[in-house]
Design a protein around this ligand. Sequence first.
Ligand code: GAP
Length: 437
Amino acid sequence: MSGTSPLFDNIVNLSKRRGIVFPSAEIYGGFRSTYDYGPIGVLMLRNVKDAWWRSMVQLRQDVVGLDASILSPPQVWEASGHLKNFSDPLIDCKNCGSRHREDKLDDPNTCPTCGTKGQFTEARQFNLMFETQAGPVKDSGSVAYLRPETAQGMFINFANVLNTSRKKPPFGIAQIGKSFRNEITPGNFVFRTREFEQMEMEFFVPPEEAEKWYEYWCNERFNWYIEHGMNKENLKLRAHDSDELSHYSSGTSDVEYKFPWGWDELEGIANRGDFDLTQHANSSGNKLEYFDQATGIRYTPHVIEPAAGATRTMMAFLMDAYCEEDVDGDSRTVLKLHHRIAPYKVAVLPLSKKPELSEPAQKVYEMISARWMTDYDETQAIGKRYRRQDEIGTPFCVTVDFDTLEDSAVTVRDRDSMTQDRVSIDQVVNWLNDRLD
Ligand code: GAP
């Protein structure tokens, strides 16, 4: 599957040109589908994560956060089933030597690299976890793994969180962080990489409530993308067939996005049952249960898990927001991003570099940047500066002009409608606050 299409190419080019995403180690020729997030991309990725955290933790009384370690001992992955099951079927083409994931081929008989038919090796199961050594001595006791999902951090801390947070089921533990998978075929820009960020939440519920909460989280998570500006027609919720389910899941639905190469996964919502807590309890010898004092019943909670990729979601937001428009015979590129996702919320643009304008403009910048991520740009014609901000999705441009010296007001220009409002300087933060909730 290749992502090449005009939209895909536009996003890759824009990302490089505007400092959103760079190929990693580029001065050494790049490194195996790894990417670095540039000055604009780091803001946007952070906003995706903050928007998720706001919805999943900040605005809820039933979810708490966690930041668990990336390095973990083999016992965790033995118990979780990853050492045995977390693998993809790897095949080689005997003609050209290229490697593929058998389950991802459009035609299982034809090599997508050289087109030769029927020349694949037998499929071998290839484990996706990165193995490393913790400490200076290389022996079997020092083997450690980079986590391939953040989820296990929540399961192995279940008792710690239960005992310290005064939460009881139904409640969730949320985490955002890096995960690592030695993918056989990374690709489609940041869609599938070996190092990526996940946003996951494990929601622990009484067993009889699992189905209800599964439905609830499927809807909540689908709506989250729409609330943050994605076009509904580019999103769908798809239930997995039984042969697609992961080793731990009794039911999974994916939120899928219509990428240039077709519908593909943004997030999975899984009903993991009591699989993980039971496995870790058996393996560690620790009880991982909840005792309900009101009923006197002790039970192992079931888990509903919404698991999203932050980097993949950021790419979907970029694609969904990308527009090219004709404005009075001129074309403009604009990212119509929801303001929570937009890298900068505001840009302050003095009409001229002269000190009589840059001094008040700096004061306006200081006022606004104390509250929101704000860009300051005084180079080139104002029209060009508007276009530069449109291209990175800045919702509002605040222009300081010579009239400002007379009326102590600025012009605020809206990215999407391009309408302009005159707003007094002492009201500008309130004015923006009404529109950047
Ligand atoms: N704990 C469950 C879990 O990890 P997953 O479907 O394997 O489930 C969840 O991963 C999400 O993480 C995916 O929906 C995707 O957005 C993201 N993801 C998984 N592998 C990825 C990769 N190689 N590169 C980028 N994002 C990835």
